[in-house]
Write a new protein. Structure first.
Length: 640
């Protein structure tokens, strides 16, 4: 491969170097921001174009400081390094909020004449001015100081909330005899102790198989109950204060509520529009969900005649039983075709073919031996670098997400991104395969979109309620018989049968309405906690979930304490359904051929490669040739 003029970030080789990297590198970058700001204020003869270029330099330095800090705080195996990185992430956020309250900096841009700027520069100036206004720069002194305090406190509380979830692993012990229905490989990996008991944890590698296969309802309820109490009670007061901090900040800044503040910069536009959208989705899902629930409850009563409701601890097990019995889709047979190493190869092969890239393995230092690193290459040119950290361990982020590592700037720096997931090293559930494709969608978006002039629009930096659409779109390839035929093979080397894939797709349509109502429970909780500000969190959240879905929460659970999206997504978990509406519409352009070269190329160029340089609505119109509609989503929801 020809040498790229841009080199990836050099990561440390030992623990001492990691301590230095985590602490001194972001500190140096923040010092650079201070220098830039001083230059902006001192040099009155700078042109507006020069001022914008300097602001972009500061944006880049802040991103280069923030991205590794957030990643390392969630992934490094050494607790001290995680703690250092967390403190530096907090320092970066503090600098960002302080700058937007600086009236001297504001005066550099407030009344500048945009004549002579090109369209991109004018858009950048408009966003900078909006940032200052949202930061509170034009408030009275006392209010400005209070906003600064509240912004810093939000960062501190959010980091604490996330850390408590990351470190909140729970265990239960159950008799070995109570695990009837679990796959043989799972039982082999969980030998009984001297007392005939087996320890189960809230890690996904235990949780997902148990909730899917355990015939003993009490075991499912015990483990899901433990998972739903992750980080409780420690996160109860943290969340209560976080909601209060956000509400006060929104009020001082002149917004109706925190959702109004957050949605101002997103496609949806307002808090009221969120409520309207959630009502629209609920109405669309209700008929299918009601019919599905009756079938699910009847099947649960086949096992437990006294069951009076389908709980969240029953949902996946009963759905799996119905799909096995009525659609001839046995999840244990399906998982036999999805050994982790083959799935990894398949994700790389599928996305490589779709996006016209190849992934070249790289031997390079990282934060853990599990990390696999690849250069993303097209026609001999290195486009970026990805790092895959895919298995659970103590102290690591315990969900699945894409994290930035290095922002890509055209001609200056290569984009680098990281997947933090928690997959088994053996066989995967098909749901996990779908998750892998989903998160990989963020990863390739960040790399292919990571070649911009402006740091604020590089990679996945689009409107927050559009960012999930490309990853949700990529999930479809996990259901495509042509894609699966390449890598989905059992240990005897036999490919997954095409007729089984067809039945899987048919079976997947059943339960879709209920799944959407479950997602509405999350979205309603995210939104209403920030708008209603209930005093009794447990009672309120229980009510939100019961109103959204006939599948009930477990009595007395405190799932909000482990709801990690309440930090980054705030009031806006609606994003997942909003972007799914768009994703289903984008998918319609592919027709019957998910590997159509012309469509894939156009998708790459119109949706992924621009990053955030154009408004998301404009990206969608450019690809579809029209405005996005609700139609494809409604058809998907009803199985039409």
């Amino acid at each position: 491969m020809p040498a790229s003029p841009l080199e990836p970030l050099t990561l440390p080789r030992d623990l001492d170097e990691w301590r230095v990297f985590a602490e001194e590198r972001p500190r140096g970058l923040l010092d650079r921001v201070v220098e830039i700001d001083a230059q902006l204020v001192a040099e009155a003869d700078l042109s507006l174009r020069e001022r914008l270029a300097l602001w972009n330099e500061a944006d880049l330095a802040l991103s280069e400081a923030a991205a590794p800090s957030h990643l390392i705080s969630e992934s490094h195996p050494d607790a001290e390094v995680r703690d250092i990185a967390e403190k530096q992430a907090q320092a970066v956020d503090a600098v960002q909020s302080k700058r937007l309250l600086d009236r001297d900096l504001w005066s550099v841009f407030a009344d500048a004449d945009p004549d002579g700027l090109d369209a991109d520069e004018q858009r950048f100036l408009a966003h900078v001015r909006r940032d200052f206004r949202r930061g509170g720069v034009d408030l009275e002194d006392a209010d400005r100081e209070r906003v600064r305090e509240l912004t810093d406190r939000d960062t501190e509380l959010s980091l604490t909330f996330s850390r408590n979830i990351r470190e909140g692993r729970r265990e239960i012990r159950v008799p070995a005899s109570s695990l009837e229905g679990l796959p043989a490989d799972f039982l082999d990996e969980h030998p009984a102790d001297d007392e005939g008991m087996i320890t189960l944890t809230t890690e996904y590698t235990d949780l997902m198989p148990v909730r899917e296969y355990a015939r003993d309802r009490s075991v499912r309820h015990a483990l899901v109950g433990a998972y739903n109490d992750l980080a409780w009670p420690v996160n109860e007061p943290v969340l209560a204060e976080l909601l209060a901090v956000r509400a006060e900040r929104a009020q001082i800044l002149g917004y109706g509520d925190w959702a109004d503040y957050e949605t101002e910069t997103r496609m949806i536009g307002s808090s009221a529009a969120v409520a309207t959208f959630l009502d629209r989705v609920a109405a669309a899902a209700a008929p299918a969900a009601a019919a599905e629930y009756e079938r699910v409850l009847a099947r649960l009563r086949h096992d437990d005649p006294h069951a009076d409701a389908v709980t969240i601890a029953d949902f996946w097990y009963v759905l799996g039983a119905l799909k096995r019995e009525e659609y001839d889709v046995d999840a244990q047979r399906v998982r036999s075709y999805f050994r982790f190493d083959r799935v990894l190869d398949g994700v790389l092969a599928t996305t490589g073919r779709l996006l016209d890239v190849e992934y070249v393995p790289v031997e390079t230092p990282s934060w853990h031996d599990d990390v696999r690193t690849y250069d993303v290459v097209r026609a001999g040119e290195r486009l970026g670098r990805i790092h895959l950290d895919l298995h659970p361990r103590e102290g690591k982020y315990n969900h699945a997400a894409c994290f930035g590592l290095a922002p890509g700037i055209a001609g200056r720096s290569l984009p680098e991104s990281v997947l933090l997931c928690n997959f088994s090293r053996g066989l995967l559930e098909h749901d996990e395969v779908v998750t892998f494709f989903h998160e990989f969608g963020h990863l390739v978006h960040d790399i292919l979109g990571g070649h911009q002039k402006w740091a604020r629009w590089t990679g996945v930096a689009t409107e927050w309620d559009f960012v999930e659409a490309p990853s949700q779109l990529l999930e479809e390839w996990a259901w495509d018989a042509e894609a699966l035929a390449v890598f989905a093979r059992n240990d005897e080397g036999e490919p997954i049968p095409a007729d089984l894939v067809a039945r899987m797709r048919t079976a997947d349509a059943f339960g879709r309405g209920l799944e959407v109502t479950r997602q509405l429970g999350h979205a309603t909780t995210s939104y209403r906690l920030h708008v209603d500000r209930p005093a009794d969190l447990r009672s309120a959240v229980d009510g939100y979930y019961r109103a959204a879905s006939p599948v009930t929460p477990l009595d007395g659970s405190h799932s909000y304490a482990g709801f990690g999206h309440l930090t980054g997504y705030g009031a806006c978990y609606y994003t997942y359904q909003w972007s799914l509406v768009i994703a289903r519409d984008l998918l319609s352009a592919f027709g019957d051929d998910l590997f159509d070269v012309d469509t894939a190329t156009r998708y790459r160029r119109e949706i992924l490669e621009p990053g955030g340089t154009r408004d998301a609505g404009e990206l969608v119109r450019a690809f579809l040739g029209r405005e996005s509609t609700f139609d494809a989503y409604r058809d998907w929801l009803t199985g039409a």
